[in-house]
Design a protein around this ligand. Structure first.
Ligand code: ADP
Length: 464
């Protein structure tokens, strides 16, 4: 499969090398034309002086021209002066009047400040540079043109020399830059390599944070995200381990009890006693199943369990009313007056209906169980500022202040409260509250009697 994202090193190397290559190309081209321009200037000046000397010798523009005279010009045989010069004198129509060659008016040319016209051309397979001058003759009223042309061996040699002096050092500089880039990348990517080794050589199950201090600033946000993930993973793992340990610990005793009772029942011949033992087995099995449900509910709501993905907009007032109704038969059984106080308006919150039902169920169940017969339990929901406040109030024995901070811990039970239980009910309440970002308060009930549990949820703007 094709790798959609190239390696950082090859991407950076390619990008930088391409840019450096383009830069080198541009500077060479610019350098080439600048060199030609600067190399031409002194040679053009000499060529012009030579042409003026020829004009002087031929007395052009004086009215006494000596067109038959042939001035002496370099013929390229001298190694010090390898360029050959030729000239032509023509009239204004371009007809040749004298000279050592037939040079016509240039097509592309550059006029110098002196009025001379310089042009490039080719003669006999050789590149040439020509200067053209115009001499009006006041006496005969005719105009004479003088063209002097030279081969460009010296100019080419100078251009080659200058270019070699520009291009070779530039090439060396580019090579140096490439080496610097390669080395810089190697050094710059070293922390990432170290990080990879750190992760690769970690012991199994090591979920400690990655060291951000050793990472480059650009990579730190990524490390933060990875560390966050590790932290959450750690919580999930530790909550799973805790769940397994709690479940094993809590289930061992009732299961051992069940086993003993079933053995007893098998050995019992008296049908009445057998029946009683089996009823006891049924109660124990129900209690164990309740315990398992509670453990699962706890695991679901603690950090590392389900997140807020399952949250939906719901009306806390409606949910509390439904749940209270469900508990009425149990309250009646114990002659407890279980009531729901109408708020008269919806209390919209975002939440997980199952978890909230379990939370409220635990609070009402506790209130019914711990309040003596004939007691009163009241559930209510009210909106206060930006909070929806769920309250479960009873007029039972209450929880002594020294136990209040502890009753929300797992398996914590107040000794002598006289009821069987697992000590998980309020721990579940606390975890559900935490997961819903709600505040949980416990204080004495009305006139210092009984208990008042309050769970304050943030109100939501989303309607159910
Ligand atoms: P459990 O009820 O299974 O023992 P909980 O976590 O629900 O476990 O409660 C922890 C302790 O808090 C209970 O043992 C009980 O002593 C005390 N408690 C909880 N609710 C009430 C209440 N409404 N009135 C008095 N005591 C309570």
């Amino acid at each position: 499969m094709e790798n959609p994202v190239p390696s950082l090193r090859s991407y950076l190397t390619n990008r930088l090398l391409t840019s450096l290559y383009l830069l080198w190309l541009i500077s060479t081209v610019v350098g080439y034309f600048a060199t030609i321009n600067y190399a031409n200037q002194p040679y053009d000046m000499v060529l012009l002086q030579r042409a003026q000397a020829v004009a002087e010798q031929l007395k052009l523009g004086t009215g006494h021209e000596r067109l038959e005279y042939v001035p002496e010009l370099p013929d390229g045989s001298d190694p010090v002066m390898p360029d050959r010069l030729v000239y032509t004198v023509s009239d204004s129509e371009g007809r040749k009047l004298a000279g050592t060659a037939s040079l016509s008016t240039p097509l592309s040319y550059r006029r110098s400040k002196t009025g001379a016209v310089f042009s490039n051309g080719e003669r006999g397979g050789e590149k040439t540079r020509t200067v053209s001058l115009v001499y009006p003759d006041p006496a005969s009223k005719r105009v004479l043109q003088l063209h002097v042309s030279e081969t460009t061996h010296q100019r080419q040699a100078l251009i080659r020399g200058i270019l070699a002096n520009i291009v070779i050092p530039q090439l060396l500089l580019i090579l140096l830059a490439v080496a610097a880039v390669w080395y810089g990348l190697k050094k710059g990517l070293l922390p990432l390599e170290r990080l990879r080794n750190d992760v690769a050589t970690r012991a199994r199950g090591d979920l400690d944070r990655l060291d951000e201090a050793r990472a480059p600033a650009e990579v730190r946000p990524l490390l933060d995200a990875v560390n966050d993930l590790l932290e959450r993973l750690k919580q999930v793992m530790s909550s799973q381990q805790r769940f397994v340990a709690d479940a094993a610990h809590q289930l061992r005793t009732p299961l051992a009890g069940l086993k003993t009772q079933v053995e007893l029942a098998l050995r019992e011949d008296d049908p009445v006693r057998k029946q009683r033992i089996l009823e006891y087995v049924l109660t124990s099995a129900k209690r164990s199943s309740h315990l398992i449900n509670q453990l699962l509910m706890l695991a679901r709501n603690e950090p590392g369990g389900q997140g807020v993905e399952t949250f939906l907009p719901l009306d806390l007032d409606q949910a509390a009313r439904d749940c209270t109704l469900h508990w009425v038969p149990f309250a009646l059984e114990k002659n407890i007056d279980l009531g729901f106080e109408e708020a008269g308006r919806p209390a919209p919150i975002l939440g997980d209906a199952d978890s909230l039902g379990e939370m409220l169920g635990n609070l009402i169940d506790n209130a019914i169980r711990y309040t003596p017969r004939g007691g009163v339990v009241t559930v209510s929901v009210r909106n206060e500022g930006h909070q929806a406040v769920l309250q479960v109030l009873d007029n039972g024995p209450g929880i002594p202040p020294e136990h209040r901070p502890l009753v929300f811990d797992r398996f914590y039970r107040v000794l002598g409260s006289g009821q069987s239980g697992s000590g998980l009910g309020l721990a579940i309440v606390a975890e559900v509250a935490k997961r819903h970002d709600a505040e949980l308060l416990l204080e004495s009930g009305n006139e210092g009697k009984g208990s008042r549990f309050e769970v304050r949820f943030p109100l939501s703007s989303l309607r159910p």
